[in-house]
Design a protein around this ligand. Structure first.
Ligand code: HEC
Ligand code: HEC
Length: 275
């Protein structure tokens, strides 16, 4: 009897000691990702001043060929009728429940590497967004879409919790697309991740000219301290008083936790220098 009480007590004490004080729920994680570094709303919330209802779709992309989908839980016009598995397949494999392919502005190639935990967290959060009835036009592509973006994704683990650089690579790659913009195009019309990862030099057309992405390898960033680099990423302001312009959404990165921001900086510092 005494033994049993003792072991129960031990279990309670151990349980308390082991429970992380501020464990993030999947819903909180999903909200952090969708409203922060992933920024689904960047494409899926109707543009305008003020913007339209959150995630209700209808923005044109690719010169009007693609129209972003309504991804609110409205059953008729959004994705409210899809199962969790069907939404996960849409995100990581670019397939709708009817088997059709989702067009390339949707960053499926990046999302293939989204971990099982994170993709479930994103779905948990999407379920809580207010449903909006909004019929959007169908995308009409000039060239046929690929039948698939690759073999079935299967199981994707989280980056190891004790590996800061792996955490940073995951944030700056599949989730944040930093490297997608900050790597020059290769011969196949895709960012040349293999040879020129982070070297910058990709051009973005703006209404008033062209802006070129910066070199994020140590060649480009060694002139900044970690603190300066974090200020640039989260506010767009450089130490010399100039501000970055163009497509980089610093308002999303302003919401990064200090731990995630540290991981991104550690990862960028670890990149092989590229001229
Ligand atoms: C860079 C722009 C972009 C981003 C970022 C983006 N999407 Fe999309 N998404 C699109 C476009 C464009 C389509 C429609 C493509 C088509 O019709 O072929 C789409 C389609 C979808 C679809 C298919 C819906 C349907 O009814 O066909 C889902 C689900 C989806 N997106 C969810 C998400 C989620 C969740 C996120 C964030 C994790 C996200 N998207 C981020 C551009 C984007
Ligand atoms: C949609 C494309 C895009 C994405 C995504 C993006 N950037 Fe950028 N970034 C740019 C462009 C373009 C510039 C150059 C802006 C200018 O010179 O006015 C830039 C500038 C910068 C600079 C300034 C460098 C310098 O030399 O002053 C840093 C640092 C940076 N980005 C880091 C990041 C990080 C970290 C991420 C991901 C968390 C990221 N960027 C995501 C396009 C992007």
């Amino acid at each position: 009897m005494i033994d049993r009480t003792k072991s129960l007590l031990t279990a309670v004490v151990l349980g308390l000691a082991c429970a992380p004080a501020l464990a993030e729920t999947p819903l909180e994680r999903g909200s952090y990702l969708v409203n922060g570094i992933i920024g689904c709303g960047d494409c899926h919330t109707p543009r305008g001043k003020p913007p339209g209802p959150f995630l209700s779709g209808g923005n044109k992309q690719m010169g009007g060929q693609a129209v972003t989908a309504n991804i609110t839980p409205d059953v008729e016009t959004g994705i409210g009728g899809w199962t969790d598995e069907q939404i996960i397949t849409a995100l990581r494999e670019g397939k709708r429940p009817d088997g059709s392919t989702i067009g390339p502005p949707m960053p499926v190639r990046d999302y293939r590497a989204m971990s099982d935990d994170d993709v479930k967290a994103v779905v948990a959060y999407l379920r809580t967004v207010p449903p909006v009835k909004n019929v959007v036009a169908k995308s009409q592509y000039k060239n046929p879409l690929p039948a698939s973006y690759g073999p079935p994704v299967g199981h994707v683990p989280n980056p190891p919790a004790d590996d800061q650089i792996a955490q940073g690579a995951y944030l700056a790659g599949p989730l944040g697309h930093c490297m997608e913009c900050h790597t020059p195009m290769g011969p196949e019309g895709r960012a040349d991740m293999e040879n020129r990862l982070g070297a910058g030099g990709q051009d973005f057309r703006l209404p008033n000219g062209v802006v070129t992405s910066a070199n994020l390898t140590p060649t480009g960033l060694s002139r900044y301290t970690d603190a300066q680099l974090k200020t640039i990423i989260t506010t767009g302001k450089r130490p010399d008083g100039t501000e970055i312009t163009g497509p980089m959404e610093v308002s999303l990165y302003a919401k990064l936790t200090p731990k995630d921001l540290d991981a991104i900086v550690a990862y960028l510092r670890s990149l092989p220098p590229k001229g």
